[in-house]
Design a protein around this ligand. Sequence first.
Ligand code: NAI
Length: 249
Amino acid sequence: MTRTAIVTGAARGIGAATARRLAADGHAVAVVDLDESQAGATAAAIEAGGGRAVAIGADVSDADAVAAAVARAADELGAPTILVNNAGILRDNLLFKMAEADWDQVIAVHLRGAFLMSRAVQAHQVDAGWGRIVNLSSTSALGNRGQANYAAAKAGLQGLTKTLAIELGRYGVTANAVAPGFIETDMTRATAERMGVPFEAFLAGAAKEIPVGRVGQPDDIAAAVSFFCSEGAGFVSGQVLYVAGGPRG
Ligand code: NAI
């Protein structure tokens, strides 16, 4: 069945791969991102492949922008009943050097953003008596040096996911989290740059630590998100799936 999906942070990386995958699964996709022009490129690629998509520029941490984005997705594509909260940023630093703004921004985009988007979209899901929410957590939720803000946000998303599953289950809505390990995107490229390591060497070093012997690609995550969004996953809710090329969690 064709649904309308909203994927946040879908201008590039994991979000863009997820938007393309959900379109290939037959859904219309609202490509939401701070970067509206790059979101337009993701939407254009979906349309070029025969799918339906619209690009919407919005900051997920801004309640008015979220309300407007969800309303526009509903107007242009139909009531959104699939939501993937993927938008994210890094502001890594050791605790003693971490500025308050770095803490606040990371919490705002990941946690407040997922809260605002979920609150806006659930109205459509409850009306439809069907819905899927997938939140992007991370292996960093288990703790990671230099990421007090990000680890707290990603662990927080797991608590949010489980609570959404409990509150919304009776309306036919499931909520799950995908927690990626190392994925080759601009986010990990920026980490390599910050550490002064060439990206290729950074990738090779990471791959050595991963049981399947390679780093992850955005499509690896999109495949897991696609499962949680499928009709067949209706009895799977409140789960956290680590997609990291080996056991975690
Ligand atoms: P990325 O940095 O390549 O893309 C993130 C996208 O989010 C960008 O297009 C950016 O413009 C958008 N964005 C940032 N702030 C926003 C805001 N306030 N409102 C709307 N859009 C905003 O990141 P990547 O690697 O694709 O990551 C996607 C998600 O997966 C993030 O939540 C990240 O934390 C998570 N993740 C990534 C991992 C990795 O190894 N790349 C590992 C574990 C989790």
